[in-house]
Design a binder for this molecule. Sequence first.
Ligand code: SF4
Length: 491
Amino acid sequence: MSKFQPMTFFNRIPVDRPAQYDILPFRFTALDDSRYVATNLAGEYALIEREPLQRLVSGQMRAEDPHYADLRARHFLTDAHSRMAPDLLAIKVRTRHEQLANWTGLHIFVLTLRCEHACPYCQVSRQSEDKATFDMSREHAEKAIGLVLQSPNPAVKIEFQGGESFLNFEMMKYVVLRAKAANQNLPQPKGLTFIAATNLAVIDDEMLNFCAEHDIGISTSLDGPRELHNKNRPRPGGDSYERTIAGISKVRQRLGRRSVSALMTTTEASLPLVHEIIDEYLEQEFSGIFLRPLSPYGFALKTKFYRAYNAERWLQFYDEALDYIIELNRQGIEFREYYAATILTKMLTCRDPGYVDLMSPAGIGLGAVVYNYDGAVYASDEARMLAEMKDTKFKLGTVDDSFQTLFTNETFLEALDESFAYSAPMCNDCAFEPWCGSDPIFHWGQQQDMVGRKPESEFCQRNMHIYRGLIRRMEADSFVRRLFTRWANIC
Ligand code: SF4
């Protein structure tokens, strides 16, 4: 076997071999010069050195081998003492994919494209007063609500997005009240929740009271300390940071401490400020941070923001941040990195947290769907951003279409079909596949290819690096293993 080549073992040992066991399907990929990560179909992993791996696949491993019992317990091999192993493995695989039956839990309503910020990396917003052109109409909202309630998922979340969603507060109120009333009229009402994505710059007491009354969660943006945030997110008055911090405080007072979450975006200016960004999140009493690179869509591309740093530089930033967060925890300060926690949930438990970018088949349409301000329906938020760049490849239709028409859209079905990482070139041999996704919109945007050429893919480069880094850290340090296990079980 070549040193770094990923491999798949799906075949049983030939009968002329002395093996007392059958091998269950698994793949392996080199972690470093001597160790390999092996994963089974359910995403359980084992770290194994070259020699025992060779013994395993050649049928030479004996029951007394120190690896044998562990590999049997993790469903890499089965013998006379574990005849239930294939059935148990099948149950774990089914559990991992059970969310597919309850598709489309997240329904994004783009209430307006208008925004008073002018962030250079923003994908979509418009600085305009033109409500007629850039706001969602009642007619479109009404039809979108009808589509939301046809989702097979018994629990649906409506997320309000923009532009700045609160600039069309009247429509937010309309959607909440109409959706609640329509849901109550269903023979079996769904679990219905709401969240508003907002920069908090224009939120007032009336809005807060409405959110409190209807239990609407708040998701805001915080890029880091004052200077960085205001540089990244310019607005008239240059006071985006001050308004966001004041807004977070008001939301917590009125809606409760856990009612607000924040997202950051990494710009070139963020890269040297790893510690300062995390310290800002601690200062604002958040329990974790989601470290995100820039998305290659919209104005971020036009203004060359996206190309300001490459995947390698972002991964340096990510590694430094993750190591700093681990050290904070070692000192007794509880704080999480949410992207790592999402992956760890896949690695260390049977659950799939349903994160859209790491779903296979892809989460587009299945994990989330977008009702745009103009009545268009898109397979994801990135799909509508791509449409703002005049590429409507992932437009499912409009709110005038039936639920059946939208979700049997040819492009959508093709994207699902092609995005099953299990059968995608390179992914089908990759040990990280059970934790990975496919992100067909990213690959279409970058390579005009929904499957994506993985050796050239930043998505692949980023994720492969992160999987390896998480395993290395866990395997080298028992504190980190306990910490990561906690993150996996909270996520
Ligand atoms: S995208 Fe890359 S890391 Fe993910 S499964 Fe495919 S080859 Fe592996």
